[in-house]
Write a protein that binds this ligand. Structure first.
Ligand code: SF4
Length: 317
């Protein structure tokens, strides 16, 4: 690990300004991904700004009937919150489908959104990877691509974004609130937060330098039956090959988003009009434009079948 300096800050604006001030500075919250990346020297921050002392660890009701989740709320606390379990069961289930108890105890809401891809070539510094070293190439394109994306890919990167929680947030149309180094704030719809790779796969999301996530807000509850079905290579502690987050109403209408297929939760609102017609009609629109490698073509059929299983479950009493 490279040497770095460290400081604690007292306010979100102070944190944002501290990162802006020093090139190479990063925020430190739960550290469950960042510290691993630092040990591998994939991330080499010269300075860490520890935000754990900020008062961003509450879940509060909003005047609009939703919930405002502080950026530092731990994944375990969020999944266990009674209001989340009652009104946003999909969110609770998606969080519990990820990582391990120990990691969820430490990982934060904002950190979950900021985690990096789990593409194995990104973590192997002997291999070319445009996300780690821009312009170096993509080892996954002609290599091991079992886990990789089938939607929104480019010639430079086919990585997926690994979060389960983000899939649920996309179904609910959550927003991400931030503060910039100059103290101004903004609200980013979750659908716009993560970036597809294009020609700049090293840029994961739309945050500006020094911009700090302060909260994530859920709109008022959707009702309906809520599902998070995750298919993976082993039963626990693995990332999704395909996951389906869905809210299904008694009349068969609803919302659906996929995980494990793109570098962002994948939702196509127009496809949802076909939910009452079944998984095949919906998947045809949801997966339109899918481009698979010889190793991950199975994800196209797997996504449709996983959605079909969710729809069958929704019809049960
Ligand atoms: Fe790197 Fe993306 Fe290629 Fe993986 S898929 S090797 S993260 S450029």
């Amino acid at each position: 690990m490279r040497a770095f300096t460290y400081e604690r800050v007292r306010t979100p604006a102070e944190a944002a300004a501290a990162v802006m001030l020093r090139p190479g500075a990063k925020f430190l919250a739960g550290g469950t991904n960042l510290l691993d990346l630092m040990k591998l020297e994939i991330e080499t921050p010269s300075h860490l700004v520890d935000v754990n002392g900020l008062a961003l660890d509450k879940i509060e009701a909003t005047p609009e009937g939703g919930l405002k989740i502080g950026a530092l709320v731990r994944n375990t606390a969020l999944a266990a919150d009674q209001r989340v379990r009652r009104d946003y069961g999909l969110l609770s289930r998606s969080i519990l489908a990820g990582a391990s108890t120990q990691l969820r105890n430490r990982a934060t809401t904002a950190g979950n959104l900021m985690q990096r891809t789990r593409c194995p070539y990104f973590y192997n510094t002997d291999q070319a990877c445009n996300k780690r070293v821009p312009g170096s190439g993509c080892s996954a394109l002609h290599g091991f691509s079992h886990q990789h994306a089938i939607l929104g890919t480019s010639e430079t990167c086919i990585a997926t974004f690994p979060s389960d929680m983000a899939v649920a947030l996309r179904v609910f149309d959550a927003t991400v609130e931030t503060v910039r180094p100059d103290g101004t704030t903004r609200v980013i719809p979750i659908k716009d937060f993560h970036r597809l790779p294009g020609n700049t796969p090293h840029i994961d999301n739309v945050l500006e330098r020094g911009e700090l996530i302060t909260s994530v807000t859920l709109p008022e509850p959707l009702g309906g039956k809520q599902f998070y079905r995750k298919v993976r290579d082993r039963a626990s502690y693995a990332f999704a090959l395909v996951s389906v987050g869905a809210v299904i109403n008694p009349d068969g209408t609803g919302r659906v988003a996929l995980g494990g297929v793109a570098h962002k939760p994948w939702r196509v609102e127009d496809a949802e009009r076909y939910l009452p017609s079944g998984a095949k009609a919906t998947a045809e629109r949801l997966l339109a434009g899918a481009r698979a490698t010889h190793e991950n073509a199975f994800k196209i059929a797997l996504a449709e079948r996983t959605l079909a299983a969710v729809i069958v479950d929704a019809k049960k009493g």
